[in-house]
Each structure stands twice: as C-alpha cells, then as structure tokens.
Write a protein that binds this ligand. Structure first.
Ligand SMILES: NC(=O)c1ccc[n+]([C@@H]2O[C@H](COP(=O)([O-])OP(=O)(O)OC[C@H]3O[C@@H](n4cnc5c(N)ncnc54)[C@H](O)[C@@H]3O)[C@@H](O)[C@H]2O)c1
Ligand SMILES: [Zn+2]
Ligand SMILES: [Zn+2]
Length: 336
C-alpha cells in the first residue's frame, strides 16, 4: 500500500508498505480523507516535543471499514475514529477520563497514523458515520477538542467567553461556546484570522491585542465585568500569562493550547477572583458524538474550515506551503 512517511524533520517519502493484516479486536480502515493539523505541521517542522522519526502522520481521518469483527459495525461502513488509544486500567481510564490516560498513545503522533491506504485501529476507537460526508468525518476530531474544552468550562447561557487564538482549535472552541449560549469574543494577533471569524459568522466580537489596550477593550465589550470564561488556544506562553488579567471575578480559565514553559501569575489577583484554572486535553466519545450531532443539525458547517484540498500523491510537494501563514490555511484536507 502507498504510504507517506515523515522520515526526519522536513522530509517526506512515499513508500510501498505491506497492508496491515486483520487481528481480533482491531479493524482495518480504508482511509478516504485525512485532515492536516498543527501537530502534523509541527512534526514536519521538527518542533513537536517528544516526537520520534520516522513516523506516518495523520490522525484526523475519515475511512471505510475494510475488515472488522466489531459488534454493530460492518464492512463498507463510513466511520471516523478516536485516535487516542488508552490503557483502560489507570486512574484516568477508570474514572471515565480516557482522554488523559497515563500512558495515552495518539495515532499519528506516538504511533503510526493514517497517511496510508490502510490502517489497523482498535475496534473500540470506531465512531459510526454513515449519516455524514467524508469531509465532515475527518473534521470531527479537531472540532471535538473544542467541544471538550467547552464542556470542561460548563458554560452558562449569556455569559461572555473570551477565546484567545483563532486557529483551527480556537475556532472549534468558539463554535461550541456559541452553541452552548455564550457571547463569544475572539482574540488574535492575526487580523486575517479575526476577519475569517467574522466572515464565516463564527463570532461578531473580535479583539487584536496588539492594538490599543486589550484589557480596556474587553472591559468595554463586557460592560465592565470582563469575561467569566477565558480559553487559551494559542499555545503562546506570553498570551497564556497575560490572559489571567482578562478573567472576571469568579471566572474559569481553560488551557487548551500547550507550550513547554512555566506559567506565572499573580496569586493575589487570582485569589481575589476565586479563579478556576483547568487544562483540557483531547476529547472523549461524548464530545465526538456532540460534534456529529451539531453537524447533523447544521449548527456547524464543515465547509467553513476546509480552505485547501489536495490529492494524496501531491501531499509531499504541497506540505511546505501550509507552513506559510500567507496561504491562509485553516484546514487542509487530503483525498485518498
Ligand atoms: N488540548 C488539546 O488536546 C489540543 C489538541 C490540539 C492542539 N492543541 C493546541 O492548541 C493550540 C492551538 O492549535 P492550532 O492548531 O489552532 O494553532 P494555530 O497556530 O493555528 O493557532 C494559534 C493562533 O494563536 C494566535 N496567537 C499566537 N500568539 C498570540 C498572542 N500572543 N495573542 C493572541 N493570539 C495569538 C496565532 O496568531 C494563531 O492564529 C496549540 O498550542 C496546540 O498545541 C491542543
Ligand atoms: Zn489534530
Ligand atoms: Zn489509562
């Protein structure tokens, strides 16, 4: 089968590899669509922490079942899958939080993923998708990250939610915060991305923190009280530290973006707000199902996100261009 291997940072190679063979408890997927995400871009650039090469990337997949013994699933059915493979026995797994399993393995990150014609996955990871298009199915995973973060935040109708970072992850958070009834404010240093939020009717309120005094702007928008929910989806240490000052008294702050440094903030400022700080990692089946339900009821239009489409045999020569913000890429979709 044709496979695309990231052999070392900056280098892709097409190779002909043996097809995976069927084994009990696993399902062979015939891959149909592969969404490209920041993790893939960072792995290719060589900036993804704890990443080993060579690796077959790709974890945002739409597929057709080629072979399975999973109850309720059949050959030819369209599916997506939950690419986080968990141990099932650790404290997180036994507490209903497999998304933060102690020994989590993410397909296409820690183990080989779906940039190939076929992939064997644990059958427990399958998600039904016959009612959806292939493109919708390949978008479920990145949107589920936002759905999970919003579920962590326990949004109340009518409250202000500030989402910092308007990349694919931030956009997903904005959508689900809007669906949950929040008044969403988008913040980004990239005006092109803020314009995208407005054009696509994802949010009406936008703030570029490099213009004027962003805290004052947010104060005006929120009628003086500041947002009661703040999400970071930048992965920028500077943005993460700064955002503590955007929290209303009683606010929750959810870290979705990830960086490698130590976060620092004023304890008295955080204390007087009785702030809640939490991280949000991956997503669970419940979040995947919520995304699919929102797509089905047209609360989310998957067409919003796909800015680039490319055939599998053109990925190697196109990949570099997606690293350039000027191409305006939000989500590139590979067809195979
Ligand atoms: N929680 C999870 O499970 C999970 C899953 C996938 C990705 N992530 C993380 O989410 C983050 C966002 O991912 P993405 O793919 O959307 O990334 P992205 O790079 O496409 O988007 C980040 C956005 O943040 C903006 N930004 C950067 N610095 C800023 C600042 N100081 N103030 C305001 N905006 C700023 C950028 O202009 C950009 O638009 C990354 O850190 C990624 O690692 C987390
Ligand atoms: Zn992803
Ligand atoms: Zn576990």
């Amino acid at each position: 089968m044709k496979s695309l291997i990231c052999t070392t940072p900056g280098q892709f190679d097409y190779q002909d590899l043996p097809e995976p063979s069927f084994s009990k408890g696993n399902t062979i997927l015939k891959i149909k669509r592969i969404g490209i995400c920041g993790t893939d871009l960072h792995a290719y650039e060589g900036t993804q922490p704890y990443f080993n090469y060579p690796r077959i990337l790709g974890h945002e997949l739409a597929a057709e079942i080629a072979e399975t013994d999973a109850p309720g699933f059949s050959k030819g059915e369209q599916v997506t899958f939950i690419p986080y493979f968990n141990c099932g026995t650790c404290i997180a797994c036994t507490s209903g939080r497999p998304n933060c399993c102690e020994t989590l393995k993410v397909s296409g990150v820690h183990i080989d993923g779906g940039m190939a014609e076929y992939l064997s996955v644990p059958s427990y990871s399958l998600v039904h998708g016959n009612d959806h298009t292939l493109e919708e199915l390949a978008l479920v995973e990145p949107l589920a990250i936002g759905a999970h973060a919003v579920r962590r935040a326990q949004i109340r109708k009518g409250e202000f939610a500030l989402v910092i970072g308007a990349g694919p992850i931030g956009l997903g958070i904005m959508e689900f915060a809007r669906i949950a009834g929040a008044k969403v404010i988008a913040m980004d240093i990239n005006d092109q991305r803020l314009a995208f939020c407005k054009e696509k009717n994802i949010v009406a309120l936008t703030v570029n923190p490099s213009e004027g005094n962003p805290a004052e702007t947010i104060k005006d928008i929120t009628g003086g009280s500041m947002p009661t929910v703040v999400f970071d989806a930048t992965g920028s240490l500077f943005a993460i530290n700064k955002a503590f000052s955007y929290m209303a008294h009683s606010a929750r702050y959810i870290l979705v973006g990830l960086q490698k440094g130590d976060i620092t903030f004023s304890h008295p400022e955080f204390h007087k707000r009785e702030g809640t700080l939490m991280s949000s990692r991956n997503a669970t089946r419940e979040d995947f199902e919520h995304v699919l339900a929102c797509m089905k009821s047209k609360l989310i239009d998957p067409g919003t996100y796909i800015t680039h489409r490319v055939a599998f045999d053109k990925v190697k020569k196109t990949f570099d261009s997606w690293l350039d913000p000027k191409t305006g890429v939000i989500k590139a979709m590979v067809e195979i």
